[in-house]
Design a protein around this ligand. Structure first.
Ligand code: PCA
Length: 222
């Protein structure tokens, strides 16, 4: 097997997208992920896509709990969580979530877990069930630079990404076709909020259109 396992969406299922971003953290006044999500959601609705957007707290555990509650309430067919990775040069769909919390800085509730699991007893990691290569291509086609990321880090973004994939795997994503994954956006001086929103629109549309990823290189040396 050469591709990430992507489960099919039933052709007759009405698509509904849950799109999340984060509140500010680390003394910032805003968070680029929420700025991108709140701009992308109305653009997606204009294009006929049923989307619900939510802003999540930057707190280990609680943000994942709220994401799972939102999934139960909204009943999406596609879940795309978005966070800020300030040092990155472009928009990065994440390939893999790992079962670890290791905080570089305290979260917004003051918690600094070190080498704790995101889900006790869960497997080491999960692949995104989004077509990350097709999404990178779609963003580039929309004129916004993007590349695959091989790690979502070990802070709150990875934590909710892991909780999301753990939940979708446990709830039989293959059977009901719910797919999910995570995208990091860079800081606003690298990609503007409007460009990040356009990238999210392109990536969500690509994810809705393709359950099979495209076979193009997206690897990195490290
Ligand atoms: N970025 C952090 C958490 C919230 C956010 O937007 C991260 O990459 O973990």
């Amino acid at each position: 097997m050469t591709k990430s396992p992507l489960s099919p969406t039933p052709a007759d299922a009405a698509a509904r997208v849950l799109l999340t971003g984060f509140e500010p953290f680390d003394a910032a006044a805003s968070n680029e992920s929420w700025e991108a999500v709140r701009r992308a959601a109305p653009l997606l609705r204009e294009r006929g896509i049923d989307v619900v957007e939510r802003e999540l707290p930057v707190e280990f555990g609680r943000s994942g709990d709220l994401l799972l509650e939102a999934i139960a309430e909204v009943r999406p067919t596609l879940v795309v969580a978005v966070g800020l990775a300030a040092g990155r040069p472009d928009i990065t769909p994440e390939r893999v979530a790992v079962n670890i919390q290791d905080a570089r800085i305290p979260d917004n509730a003051g918690a600094s877990p070190v080498d704790a699991p995101s889900a006790e007893g869960g497997p080491v990691g999960y692949f995104s069930t989004l077509p990350i290569k097709a999404m990178v291509q779609a963003s580039r086609d929309a004129g916004v630079p993007a590349s695959v990321s091989q790690t979502a880090g070990t802070f709150v973004c990875n934590d909710i990404f892991y909780r999301l994939q753990h939940h979708l795997a446990a709830s039989g994503a293959g059977a009901d076709g719910v797919r999910g994954g995570f995208i990091h956006v860079p800081s606003a001086d690298v990609v503007s909020a409007d460009d990040a929103a356009r990238s999210l629109v392109a990536m969500v549309e690509a994810a809705l259109a393709a359950t099979e990823d495209i076979a193009v290189a997206g690897g990195a040396e490290h």
